[in-house]
Design a binder for this molecule. Structure first.
Ligand code: ZN
Length: 153
């Protein structure tokens, strides 16, 4: 398990160093701001949705390594998927990361998430769960056309 944790940690650091889809999108069909006052993480997520498919996605902003790598992984995970698939993925990710400390999560459930699985270990640090889920909440707000800033507390 510790080897897996090291790999996951490396993946988080790598996404933090070179975040994917770190860009503003011109004339987005959807966008939303996400703010995590506890840590100071603040991002805007932009989407171009057409025919119910997330054709392009980008984010801008700043925050801690967990929040930035999570936003980066979120964008690579939902790009090219349908809106419903993206929302399902959010639910899956959210329910796993909110799993109580001490409750076992089957490894295949984590592997199912691909690179996002790297973030599930964050559940052991409750203060950082908000960092890891911020971009997802912003994505959800954007998809629900809540274009104003959301603050998670
Ligand atoms: Zn943070």
């Amino acid at each position: 398990m510790s080897e897996i944790n090291e790999l996951y940690q490396e993946l988080i650091l790598e996404h933090n160093r070179s975040p994917r889809n770190y860009k503003k999108i011109d004339k987005p069909s959807h966008f939303a701001d996400g703010y995590n006052p506890l840590c100071g993480d603040h991002y805007t997520v932009y989407l171009k949705v057409s025919n119910n498919v997330i054709e392009d996605i980008g984010f801008e902003g700043s925050g801690c390594a967990i929040s930035k790598s999570s936003a980066s992984m979120m964008t690579t995970s939902v790009k090219g998927r349908s809106v419903q698939e993206a929302q399902k993925l959010f639910e899956k990710f959210h329910s796993l990361i909110m799993t109580k400390i001490g409750d076992e999560i089957p490894e295949d459930k984590i592997e199912e998430l691909g690179s996002l699985g790297a973030l599930i270990g964050v559940r052991e640090f409750p203060a950082r769960i908000k960092c890891a889920s911020l971009a997802w909440h912003a994505l959800n707000a954007a998809l629900n056309n809540q274009n104003n800033a959301i603050s998670i507390e």
